[in-house]
Design a protein around this ligand. Structure first.
Ligand code: G3H
Ligand code: 13P
Ligand code: ZN
Length: 289
């Protein structure tokens, strides 16, 4: 079936109090694996691409891969396409033209008022086309290509500011910074604990669904508590990348003569699919489609 609008997925997730996984793809194989996991686990989910992926694959190519894979693979599970960490207004225009139903304007690196102005502009533009907009308030630590924030620079979302930010920007979903961290470093050096008290205060003050970025490595118990406190979208990238490259290394290391990309990439897709399937179970979205 074709891709669906994220608003329909969020409506169901809100009603039944579970979270949608938002999984990053960069290529054909990761896309197929995410779609297969969605369908096999009857899990509504979000597939997302970043600006780095748009630079890598080309917007038209990656968007068409996602749209075609959805038609090809999905009969039961609804999947929506989202722009992750849009920093350039041009990406937002391009993604909306390419059929995304949700975009993120990440101006979280800017001072509060400038973040509001940039996010409001993106949200107003998106809404003209019936597309949902995500904004981010507070800065996550971690380094991932275009998303670079040193640990000491990171700061957490303030509940009162969050309420003002949502009101003034008109966003549909809010990414919060509550101790969550992007990237690979936490997987090696330890995942910081979430500030769930802060999340509770944020939830009391705003009505839009909350988004938890940097969720790779966060223990199941904390994820479940965060869902209980209004998190409805959970972003996973690093664990997918690790599954992909660990499988690649293992396959190539085992057989020095292997040369058929399909033989190398089939176990890669299985490994990615396994990660996505496990996450949908933890997030409560499995068997909801
Ligand atoms: O949170 C950022 C995502 O993991 C995207 O990373 O910009 O390297 O594609 P990327
Ligand atoms: P991780 O790479 O830490 O899972 O974060 C993913 C993310 O937030 C994508 O926006
Ligand atoms: Zn993120």
């Amino acid at each position: 079936m074709p891709l669906v609008h994220i608003k329909n997925l969020l409506k169901d997730a809100n009603r039944e109090e579970y979270a949608l996984g938002a999984f990053n793809t960069q290529n054909l194989e990761t896309t197929l694996a995410i779609m297969r996991a969605a369908e096999e686990n009857r899990a509504p989910l979000v597939i997302q691409v970043s600006e780095a992926t748009i630079d890598y694959a080309g917007l038209a190519s990656i968007a068409e891969i996602v749209k075609t894979a959805a038609k090809d693979i999905l009969s039961h599970a609804p999947v929506a396409l989202h722009l992750d960490h849009g920093k350039k207004f041009q990406s937002i225009i391009g993604c909306i033209k390419a059929g995304f139903s949700s975009i993120m304007m990440d101006a979280s690196h800017l001072p509060f008022k400038e973040n509001i102005a940039a996010t409001k502009k993106a949200a107003e533009y998106a809404h003209k086309y019936g597309v949902f907009a995500q904004g981010e308030l507070g800065r996550l630590a971690g380094v991932e290509d275009v998303v670079r924030v040193a640990g000491h620079e990171a700061f957490m979302t303030h509940p009162d500011e969050a309420a003002e930010f949502v009101r003034k920007t008109g966003i549909d979903t809010l990414a919060v910074s509550i101790g969550n961290v992007h990237g690979i470093v936490k997987m090696r050096e330890g995942v910081p604990k979430l500030d769930l008290g802060r999340l509770k205060e944020i939830q009391k003050k705003i009505k839009v669904p909350l988004v938890l970025h940097g969720a790779s490595g966060i223990p199941e118990k904390e994820i479940k508590k965060a869902i209980g406190l209004g998190v409805r979208i959970i972003n996973i990238d690093t664990e997918i990348r690790m599954a992909f490259t660990d499988s690649l290394r293992a396959t190539l290391g085992k057989d020095k003569n292997i040369f058929d990309p399909r033989k190398v990439l089939t176990p890669v897709m299985e490994a990615v699919e396994k990660v996505v399937a496990e996450k949908t179970k933890i997030f409560g979205s499995a068997r909801k489609a």
